[in-house]
Design a protein around this ligand. Structure first.
Ligand SMILES: Nc1ncnc2c1ncn2[C@@H]1O[C@H](COP(=O)(O)OP(=O)(O)OP(=O)(O)O)[C@@H](O)[C@H]1O
Ligand SMILES: Nc1nc2c(ncn2[C@@H]2O[C@H](COP(=O)(O)O)[C@@H](O)[C@H]2O)c(=O)[nH]1
Length: 207
């Protein structure tokens, strides 16, 4: 069944970022939001994982217990949710509405199960896949980030293999960006979003 709740959401077309854990999604989207804070807004997901050093509740995620999150899911408060690496993650309707109410392009950072589920809704976002140059580079980045236990790292690498195959399915993503050199990847990302950025800037200038 299609989720018709998202139909009521207005504003510019959202953008979904997906790709393996460690590919550089957060790094790129943080740069994007910093450079265009009047254009983009981040959909703050819920998760049952613990905050990492430097992460802030309500800014990076809403950190909740599994019981609270499951109850909210059962109550129909989420557009999509998924189990990833032993934790629940999900996009609440409120998170997307909060961004769209400000007439900003809503950015969702979600895993591939999220992509599949969002495709069943009426949100109609642009889908961007961020890919690492190789599995070896991905593993090094994840290890160097120093945020995962060995068990979590192995789960993420396993999911990354599945994800990298999935991203090759024709029509799954509108744009695929290989994040090798960060500045090049960022330039490609901005180019892919240029039309949407200009639309929002124009609408804001005339309002
Ligand atoms: N082009 C790049 N070159 C080198 N290091 C990078 C590059 N892009 C990102 N990194 C680093 O790789 C690590 C993983 O990046 P990041 O946390 O942005 O990935 P992610 O896709 O958001 O991961 P997750 O899905 O787990 O949140 C970080 O330590 C980041 O600083
Ligand atoms: N389906 C969803 N996936 C999400 C959501 N928020 C984040 N994510 C994805 O989870 C993994 C791991 O994230 P991390 O912050 O623990 O490294 C990553 O692939 C994110 O894209 C969500 O709301 N729904």
């Amino acid at each position: 069944m299609r989720d018709s709740t998202s139909k009521a959401m207005a504003g510019p077309r959202p953008v979904v970022f997906s790709g393996p854990s460690g590919a550089g999604k957060s790094t790129l989207l943080k740069k994007l939001i910093k450079e265009h804070e009047n254009v983009f807004g981040f959909s703050v997901s819920h998760t049952t994982r613990n905050p990492r050093p430097g992460e802030e509740n309500g800014r990076d995620y809403h950190y909740v217990t599994r019981e609270a999150m499951q109850a909210a899911i059962n109550n129909g408060e989420f557009i999509e949710n998924a189990e990833f690496s032993g934790n629940l993650y999900g996009t609440s309707k409120a998170a997307v509405q909060a961004v769209q109410a400000k007439n900003l392009i809503c950015i969702l950072d979600i895993d591939m199960q999220g992509v599949k589920n969002i495709k069943k809704t009426d949100l109609n976002p642009m889908y961007i896949s961020i890919q690492p140059p190789s599995m070896e580079v991905l593993e090094k980045r994840l290890r160097d980030r120093n945020t995962e236990s060995e068990e979590s790292l192995q789960k993420r690498l396993h999911a990354a293999n599945v994800d990298m195959e999935f991203s090759k399915e024709p029509g799954m993503f509108d744009v695929v960006i290989v994040n090798d050199n960060l500045e090049d990847a960022y330039k490609n990302l901005k180019q892919a979003l240029l039309e949407e950025i200009n639309k929002v800037k124009k609408a804001k200038a005339s309002s």
